[in-house]
Design a protein around this ligand. Structure first.
Ligand code: 13P
Length: 249
């Protein structure tokens, strides 16, 4: 049975004045040991978060595909590991849109993370136009095919299905649609890694809140949530952790 993972993605939010929230989230994670919790914070908060977040895995949101080199403004997996990060997101749709990253970039970044012992949350998901054109299935299959790192295994890889049109909009797909897309993701993983696909967690991301989390987390093939806005405060994030704990009983 796959343990639920509730991961927060703070995006470009958070200063040292927010470390108190991280302490409270770490306390809630410790109080709900049947669920895995992680927080992906801005680079600048990784080390301070690790210092206050006893036991809560702290991650990054991106890294460079190279281990070092003349890449102004970039950060490597070795640097993240040295800061105490234990995981990183790659291939987030905001990076695909804003930094023009491709699935091939996500593949190379996932491989770089792996070289430095970082776990990876690999994101996929269609845009609104692709969704409306009935192309979601093909887009997500193609993204997984092109970005899944070699020897992907459940001990270090998690997939996140995040329909772009559901991110930060308050809109979510129906539970049936979420189940269908996650089943498609699982089937695609199976064609690539065989039985290991059964162990790889697939998170849902996009407008998850304390109100809708329990139903989403109870949906077939949903092994957790990747949460943006509602992860920024303990007040909003802890109810999602608790919902995951309830469906894990
Ligand atoms: P929201 O939860 O704010 O919709 O963001 C989801 C997301 O992009 C997490 O990576």
């Amino acid at each position: 049975m796959r343990r639920k993972l509730v991961a927060g993605n703070w995006k470009m939010f958070g200063l040292k004045t927010d470390l108190g929230e991280i302490e409270k989230i770490a306390a809630a994670a410790a109080a709900n040991p049947q669920v895995d919790v992680a927080l992906c914070v801005p680079f600048t908060l990784i080390a301070p978060a690790v210092a206050v977040a006893a036991g809560l895995p702290i991650g990054a949101q991106d890294l460079h595909e190279a281990d070092k080199g003349p890449h102004t403004g970039c950060i490597s997996g070795a640097m993240l590991a040295e800061l105490g990060a234990t995981l990183t997101i790659v291939g987030h749709s905001e990076r695909r849109a804003d930094q023009h990253e491709t699935s091939h970039d996500a593949w190379a970044k996932a491989a770089a993370a792996r070289r430095h012992g970082l776990k990876v949350i690999l994101c996929c998901g269609e845009t609104e136009a692709e969704h409306n054109a009935g192309r979601a299935e093909r887009i997500v299959q193609s993204q997984i095919e092109k970005s899944l790192p070699d020897l992907a295994g459940p001990e270090w890889l998690t997939l996140a299905y995040e329909p772009r049109w559901a991110i930060g909009t308050g809109k979510t797909p129906s539970l049936e649609d979420i189940a269908a897309m996650h089943a498609i993701g699982r089937a695609k993983l199976r064609t690539m890694v065989g039985d290991a696909a059964d162990g790889i967690r697939i998170l849902y991301g996009g407008s998850v809140t304390g109100t809708n989390a329990e139903a989403i987390l109870a949906t077939d093939n949903v092994d957790g949530a990747l949460v943006g806005g509602a992860s920024l405060t303990a007040e909003k994030f802890v109810p999602i952790i608790e919902a995951a704990a309830r469906v894990s009983r």
